[in-house]
Design a protein around this ligand. Structure first.
Ligand SMILES: Cc1cc2nc3c(=O)[nH]c(=O)nc-3n(C[C@H](O)[C@H](O)[C@H](O)COP(=O)(O)OP(=O)(O)OC[C@H]3O[C@@H](n4cnc5c(N)ncnc54)[C@H](O)[C@@H]3O)c2cc1C
Length: 363
């Protein structure tokens, strides 16, 4: 069985930053990534990011992935990357089972960092499995990575940042976005993204959602309706809209399955995206020497995923190396970056979620 001192599952912004931080301190690590490239969600994001200079503000998502990969290349001697490899199991003796190109094998590690990110949520409506109905991640992958349009006339369901950003990207690509539907009474994402869409003439309807899709081989139209305060459709408000695609962007769920499997304590904290592992301030789960970071430990943004990844890389390396030069100053810098990212009204939900996590006591 292959052995490595530190294994990172997932090579997105969190996992990659974790590896870079640990390697910069002299720790050798192995990243196992199920995709054919590093970068996670970043590789499909064509818009410029917010945040501060340290988190690459004003740089496009896929460029941030390239910058992280360049940084990783400086530590190539210490970071082993295994691509096209999916971790299918995580066991208490710190053994992971891996499937890579049809080959099945195991890796054992002293310290494991799980950074598997989040998966898209979906909603129930009649015919929601018709071809032409996508999640926002699929739309981004098709359009931004492969240059394929998902349709010509689309309705976006969900007005969080992802729904708004992807709607704007669809318009840039020449797709007609008929409208954005939001079940809540308020738009979920940043006003700046909503305003860009409205300037292009895209209406954002609040308290409205999709009831059903019509079509035989693919979507031909959808039925939408107004919702009451309990999100029930109001009879008589139904309206049929002709579209050939629907994009559903209704949030993300942390991918905690490997941690559930290893017996880590999992909590339900809606403010962090739902079921999340209980982690300590060192990002260690309730299982000794197994850490978690990024969207998996609370859905936020790539900027915070990168900082959390570095912080977890510091703690995990500290576990293996013992004393680390400049340990406290690196720690303080990362903590203050996270505090900055989580300050203000848009960080409120995360702050509340993290407080609930803390109130749950020790792991
Ligand atoms: C449309 C859209 C727009 C966004 N815009 C912004 C923005 O403007 N600013 C911002 O800061 N953030 C933005 N985000 C959020 C950001 O992309 C995520 O918060 C960030 O990517 C989370 O990083 P992560 O490393 O935790 O997870 P991911 O990026 O999801 O990476 C997880 C990695 O783990 C791998 N993996 C999962 N399971 C396994 C397994 N079992 N075995 C091996 N590998 C596995 C995945 O393939 C993936 O590469 C946006 C997201 C979307 C979808």
């Amino acid at each position: 069985m292959k052995k490595t001192p530190m294994l990172i599952i997932g090579g997105g912004p969190a996992g990659l930053s974790c590896a870079i931080q640990a390697a910069s301190l002299g720790q050798s690590v192995t990243i196992v990534e199920r995709s054919h490239s590093l970068g996670g969600q970043l590789v499909k994001q064509t818009h410029k990011f917010f945040g501060s200079e340290k988190q690459y503000a004003s740089v496009r998502g896929f460029k941030i992935a390239e910058l992280l990969i360049q940084e990783y290349e400086k530590y190539k001697d210490l970071i082993e990357v295994v691509l096209d490899a999916t971790v299918t199991g995580l066991y208490p003796d710190k053994v992971c089972t891996i499937v890579q190109n049809g080959r099945y094998y195991k890796i054992k590690s002293e310290v494991i960092v799980v950074a598997t990110g989040a998966s898209e949520k979906f909603i129930a409506f009649e015919n929601n499995d018709l071809p032409g109905i996508y999640g926002a991640g699929a739309v981004q992958t098709l359009m931004n990575q492969y240059g394929v349009l998902p349709g010509n006339k689309i309705v976006m369901v969900g007005s969080g940042n992802i729904g708004l950003i992807v709607s704007y990207q669809l318009m840039q690509a020449g797709v007609k976005v008929v409208s954005v539907l939001e079940a809540a009474p308020l738009i979920g994402g940043y006003l700046v993204h909503a305003s860009k869409l409205r300037r292009l003439g895209v209406p954002i309807h609040t308290s409205k959602s999709i009831l059903k899709a019509n079509g035989s081989a693919c979507v031909e139209s959808i039925v939408i309706a107004d919702l009451d305060d309990s999100w029930n459709p109001i009879p008589g408000t139904e309206e049929t809209v002709e579209v050939d695609a629907v994009c559903v962007s209704v949030g993300l769920s942390p991918m905690h399955q490997l941690l559930s499997m290893v017996g880590a304590r999992i909590l339900f904290i809606p403010e962090l995206g739902g079921w999340v592992p209980k982690v300590s301030e060192c990002h260690e789960t309730s299982v000794d020497n197994i850490f978690a970071c990024g969207d998996l430990s609370g859905v936020e943004e790539a900027s915070s995923a990168m900082v959390e990844g570095r912080l977890t890389g510091l703690f995990a390396a500290r576990r293996l190396l013992g004393t680390i030069d400049n340990d406290e100053s690196i720690h303080q810098d990362l903590i203050s970056q996270l505090e900055g990212l989580r300050s203000g009204p848009f960080g409120k939900k995360t702050r509340e979620g993290l407080l609930q996590m803390k109130e749950e006591g020790q792991c």
